[in-house]
Design a protein around this ligand. Structure first.
Ligand code: BGC
Length: 725
């Protein structure tokens, strides 16, 4: 090292030391809480309020956005990604901020940033928390490499209404399974360290009860009980918060007539006191303004006052905080302490993700190039897609197909790229999506393709019929247009459009073997499809690697193992229909259709049959609090290695309130070679037997319980136990 270099290094160390002395919040060695407080001590109320302002970036309004940053009016940014853009915005912010406060960049990375994994509803059908965690981790890796530090995910709503377009973002109807997914995704996104440039902070949403929208219509009102809040909506939040979720987004909807944004009960009593959340709480898009439109607030000033007093800390896009809070503080209506507390959490998030230690940590062009679309990420998406798909029918074991068969791949989704990604696809790169046609060409020798367009009338799908003509088996790729799923979408029908059903009918009439592959974001009515095909594979929207996953499953390179996380109704008139309903004294079924769902919760076929036998429980009668061990033997009666998801349900036989029909309390995947038997054991603690009693307390009541173990919610072995003193 020459003299000049030594002098330069010494000068740098001196500058940093001085910097840290003048600005203790820049001192890495101090605890974050102390750093944030020392920073807040230097800030004006105006500066604190700016930290609460979350502003969207639109390229067409670039100069207005930069002007706002330069004026110190932007605390965090959404919809800006890419290292080059975010670096330039960061540079501008720091140049204009005497306290060295960096910007933080948020985005909706729901199931991938550029490389897209299956939609969340699909991922939950894997019942594989390790795989889902990995999927979130690779999404975080790509997102962080693109300059982002926070994702508005995982979405933790639980819906029992497939008409709602956002059901695709959920993890299904069951609080236990959804909680497992909530935990897995939170851990996946946030990794071992939030300040790593490979992880992002999770923002769990939408707090709370959004999914209880009336008639499944997005943005329509909600009206649900506190019991439903506790039993159905809060469990995934509890799980994600326990896993360390850094931030929460409130819901568009109301609880008990009060918009979530103004609900001190939800945002304080429940979120802070009951769930012990101590991170950042933000609004959803413009909710402070929406309250005015829906008549729950006269103006922006009132919205800002009510919002901040009810626990909201960051305003997404409405400007109501930045426009009104300073004046509200000056007039004495809002205390400086409330502002400081909100700014504390907003700044703390920036410290946690490492931005104060290196504001450019996430803007590394080389890393961006290496990480995005890497083989590691594509492989994780492929594995996830393979495990997400659910085999719903396989008459006479038509699947898997043998390679010598002549196969036609037809229909509107045969060569789809864009729509295979589903919705909420961030910067999803459609050009990288492997279509079903491409996947099948990789996997089989004799493949002809005849794609149609989504709106092509059945009579005009000539390419489909031509391709099918000389084939032994026709793979018909059908599905929902992605315009019908996602936010601001709802449908009254849950069936495929007529042109697709007619196309299927015509192909079926030709007498060929028909395999339908479905691409969709909600449970669909499948009666017509089932009657017109030999096999049906529910592929959901499987993402970038979708076509390869479909081909691997159809050709037997992989064995289907997904199980439904959402009940499939026979018709939309049965909605809401779900497995864990409350019991009743009778069951007045709909008289005009067959009873029960088309496919129950937990259902999914394999190429193997799995036998369940020798169920045993460690005791028939025990004191409350004694752990109960349940064991069952699972035998692979098929000829391939495969994974079976073993499900355990508990039925509370008599309680002081009306109990549920049954509730999922444990599940486990077991991989078995042909002919192999393994014993699967579960240990159930108190939580498995708790019920929300008439005083709204979670408690185990003495009495009899039925423990059920099986391959889905309807096919189970049972044992009764008694819990008492
Ligand atoms: C959605 C949120 C989303 C936000 C930002 C809102 O309309 O409800 O889920 O995170 O927009 O894009």
């Amino acid at each position: 090292m020459n003299k000049k270099t030594v002098i330069t290094i010494l000068a740098l160390v001196c500058t940093l030391t001085l910097h840290a002395e003048n600005k203790p919040w820049m001192n890495k060695n101090l605890p974050i809480r102390e750093r944030v407080n020392s920073l807040l001590d230097q800030m004006t109320v105006k500066e604190m309020i700016a930290e609460l302002n979350l502003v969207p970036y639109y390229a067409e309004q670039d100069s207005a956005f930069r002007a706002a940053v330069a004026k110190g009016r932007v605390g965090a940014v959404l919809k800006a990604s890419g290292t080059a853009l975010n670096r330039s915005l960061q540079k501008l912010a720091l140049k204009n901020n005497h306290l060295s406060i960096p910007l933080m960049f948020h985005e909706d990375v729901i199931h991938g940033y550029k490389t897209i994994s299956p939609i969340p509803l699909a991922e939950a059908c894997s019942w594989d928390t390790a795989m889902v965690r990995r999927s979130a981790a690779v999404a975080a890796k790509e997102a962080a490499a693109a300059g982002l530090q926070l994702t508005y995910a995982p979405m933790l709503d639980i819906s029992v209404d497939p008409r709602w377009g956002r059901i695709m973002e959920t993890s299904g109807e069951d609080p236990f399974l959804a909680s497992a997914m909530a935990r897995a995704r939170t851990l996946g996104f946030q990794g071992g360290s939030l300040s790593s440039p490979f992880t992002v902070m999770a923002c769990i949403k939408h707090f709370a009860g959004y999914a209880s929208l009336t008639a499944g219509r997005d943005y329509l009102y909600t009206d649900f009980s506190q019991r439903q809040l506790e039993e159905r909506y809060l469990p995934p939040y509890r799980a994600a918060i326990a896993a360390g979720a850094g931030s929460v987004m409130c819901s568009y909807t109301s609880f008990n007539g009060i918009p979530a944004t103004f609900s001190r009960f939800l945002n304080h009593d429940v979120l802070r006191d009951e769930l012990h959340f101590d991170g950042l709480l933000m609004t959803d898009w413009c909710t402070l303004s929406n309250a005015i439109t829906e008549g729950a607030s006269p103006d922006g000033r009132t919205s800002a006052e009510r919002g901040i007093k009810c626990g909201i800390e960051m305003d997404m896009t409405s400007h109501r905080f930045i426009d009104n809070l300073e004046d509200l503080v000056n007039s004495g209506a809002v205390s400086k302490d409330i502002i400081r507390e909100a700014a504390f959490h907003a700044l703390e998030a920036k410290f946690k993700v490492g931005l104060f230690d290196d504001p450019y940590l996430y803007f590394n062009e080389k890393r961006e190039k290496e990480v995005i679309g890497s083989e590691e990420i594509r492989q994780a998406c492929l594995d996830m897609a393979t495990e997400s798909m659910v085999l719903l029918q396989n008459k006479n074991d038509v699947l898997p197909l043998s390679t010598d068969k002549k196969i036609a791949v037809v229909g509107p989704f045969a060569e789809q790229q864009e729509m295979l990604m589903g919705k909420w696809t961030a910067k999803g790169d459609a050009s990288k999506v492997i279509t079903v046609a491409a996947g099948m060409r990789e996997a089989a020798a004799h493949v002809s393709v005849g794609a149609s367009d989504y709106r092509t009338p059945a009579d005009s799908c000539t390419a489909c019929y031509d391709a099918a003509q000389s084939a032994d088996v026709v793979i018909v790729c059908l599905g929902e247009h992605t315009g019908y799923i996602g936010e601001a979408t709802s449908t009254a029908r849950i069936s495929l459009p007529n042109n697709q059903l007619k196309l299927l009918d015509k192909l079926y009439q030709s007498g060929k073997k028909i395999v339908v592959v479905l691409f969709n974001g909600r449970p669909l009515q499948t009666d017509f499809i089932l009657a017109h095909c030999d096999a049906l594979l529910e592929a959901w929207y499987p993402g970038t690697m979708g076509g390869r996953a479909v081909a691997n499953l159809l050709m037997g390179k992989a064995v289907p193992s997904g199980k439904l996380c959402q009940t499939f109704p026979r018709e939309s008139g049965q909605i809401p229909i779900f497995y864990n309903m409350y019991r009743t004294f009778g069951n007045i079924r709909h008289l005009d259709i067959a009873d029960g769902p088309q496919f129950p919760f937990g259902f999914g076929l394999s190429y193997n049959k799995y036998g369940y036998s020798n169920m045993s429980v460690s005791t028939n009668s025990a004191a409350i609090g004694t752990p109960i061990t349940v064991s069952v033997d699972i035998t692979n009666k098929g000829s391939r290695e495969g994974r079976e998801v073993v499900q355990l349900y508990v039925k509370d036989i008599i309680a002081t309130v009306v109990p549920k029909l049954k509730e999922l309390k444990a599940f486990r995947s077991v991989t078995l070679s042909p002919g192999e038997t393994k014993t699967v054991s579960f240990t159930l603690d108190d939580d498995a037997f708790k019920i929300l009693n008439d005083e709204m307390k979670w408690t185990v009541e003495k009495g009899d319980f039925e423990i059920q173990v099986g391959c889905d919610s309807e096919h189970v072995l049972t044992k009764k136990i008694h819990l008492g003193d």
